[in-house]
Design a protein around this ligand. Structure first.
Ligand SMILES: Cc1ncc(COP(=O)(O)O)c(C=O)c1O
Length: 438
């Protein structure tokens, strides 16, 4: 059957097309995007699959370091880390070693909450070593399920036969996943929620400034209502890379303690070193009662103070949770490598270099209104969605991968192993993309 042609972007050599004489070592684009093989793959996808959240016509084939190669042989400098899920970049020797070893094991995926395996225990040991003291873990498949189980653990704690179901508190701009329970507390985009049923939610404003008039809203909410839990991110991901103010987070912690309500911190995107600490809440000097992790960990995880342990066998389980043995082994390796190679320090140094470079770029550019971030979790706010999207596509055409966040922000989240040379090349590409679009 004849396939419908896809729209193509004409891409030419950097220094001739865009009038910028820049040296590019990592990003190499030749010909049109998408290339012929990518076009075929995308056409097959469009024919057979739901058209989900694809941003640009990239068909990933392989990767090495911070560079992703597409199926037509183009190389892209990756400032997305697959939304933080590839914290060590690509072809990391320790990860490749683990996968090679696991590939000889014929039972690589098991019913991991029904049968034990060593990789489950190894990841648990590594994971618990970077959690607050006394926390326990439950492994599951995804970030949304990690949040679902955090919510379930909170509900279970306050459970009494015949009692009405209490609402959970969540923030404006929040993203906690797309499964129905987690989706109730998500608020970042109407398209994600329209038409779906919800658990009861009490919504408060996510405050990014200590001076916000609603900074004390949590105390009023908890004084006036019985609630099951308070759930928030510390740095909002999908909502636009918004960083909570210190006082906002402290108020959440104080009010939840005072009213005996569990505080759930969702670290699915911000956790495991992305902000230069294992968890973003460490920047605020607070601890959660329950938390969620995923992405960098390779599997989903709910972690909780031991007093929240559901005291009954079988309250939480799933077929594949704790049973994808390659992912569990890679997750443990990620934590080991972050520790061994002192990657948290690299994140802080490279994060500052990148943020400063982007702030310098923004200073001379109409269209960029803010650059903010913690470590290598950096957001760029544009004046309009159109300008954001234009820069994103221009960057893609030049071989720099970036992703949108929220209504008009862009997220910059390279692998934790990024070098100064790669940061600088990304900044050069970003500058030429901005020059071409703003
Ligand atoms: C903070 C946060 N929570 C939950 C999720 C859902 O994770 P998943 O897509 O793995 O279900 C995400 C995904 O982006 C996230 O950023």
């Amino acid at each position: 059957m004849k396939k419908a042609p896809l729209p193509r972007f004409q891409v030419q050599p950097l220094n001739s097309t865009f009038g910028q004489d820049i040296f590019v070592k990592y990003a190499k684009i030749s010909g049109e995007l998408p290339g012929p093989i990518a076009s075929d793959v995308i056409a097959t996808m469009k024919k057979n699959c739901y058209d989900s959240t694809f941003t640009y016509p990239l068909v990933i084939a392989s990767g090495s370091g911070c560079v992703v190669k597409d199926v037509d042989g183009n190389s892209f400098l990756d400032f997305t880390s697959n939304i933080g899920a590839c914290p060590l970049g690509y072809s990391h020797p320790d990860v490749i070693g683990v996968i090679a070893e696991m590939s000889r094991n014929g039972a690589h995926k098991i019913a991991g909450q029904d049968f034990y395996c060593k990789e489950h225990a190894d990841l648990a040991e590594q994971f618990v070593s970077v959690l607050p003291d006394g926390f326990k873990a439950f492994f599951i498949n995804s970030g949304a399920e990690a949040v679902e189980n955090a919510i379930k653990i909170a509900y279970r704690k306050g459970f009494a036969e015949g009692q009405p179901v209490l609402p959970g508190v969540s923030c404006t701009g929040a993203f906690h996943g797309r499964t129905l329970g987690a989706l109730s507390f998500t608020y970042s985009k109407p398209v994600q929620k329209a038409g779906f049923p919800e658990l009861a939610v009490l919504r408060i404003k996510f405050c990014t400034s200590d001076g916000d008039q609603e900074i004390d809203a949590i105390e009023k909410a908890l004084a006036g209502n019985k609630v099951a839990f308070v759930l928030t991110e510390i740095v909002q991901g999908e909502g636009g890379y918004n960083i909570a103010s210190q006082r906002f987070v402290q108020n959440l912690r104080d009010a939840t303690k005072k009213h005996g309500v569990p505080l759930i911190l969702d670290e699915v995107q911000s956790g495991m070193g992305r902000t230069g600490k294992w968890w973003a809440f460490e920047h605020y000097g607070v601890l959660p009662d329950i938390m969620s992790a995923a992405k960098a960990l390779q599997v989903g995880a709910t972690a909780y103070k031991s007093e929240y342990d559901p005291d009954q066998h079988g309250v939480l389980s799933s077929t594949w949770g704790g049973g994808s043995r390659i992912d569990l082994a890679v997750g443990a390796t990620v934590i080991e490598v972050i520790k061994r190679d002192r990657l948290l320090a690299n994140v802080l140094v490279m994060g500052e270099r990148l943020k400063k470079g982007l702030a310098d770029l923004a200073a001379g550019k109409k269209g960029i209104i803010d650059v903010r971030g913690l470590g290598l979790m950096i957001g760029i706010e544009f004046d309009t969605k159109e300008n954001r999207d234009a820069v994103l596509m221009q960057a893609f055409r030049r071989g720099l991968l970036l992703l949108p966040a929220g209504q008009k922000a862009m997220r910059v989240i390279p692998p934790l192993v990024i070098t100064a040379e790669e940061v600088d090349e990304g900044l050069e590409l970003m500058a030429t993309a901005a020059a071409a679009s703003l």
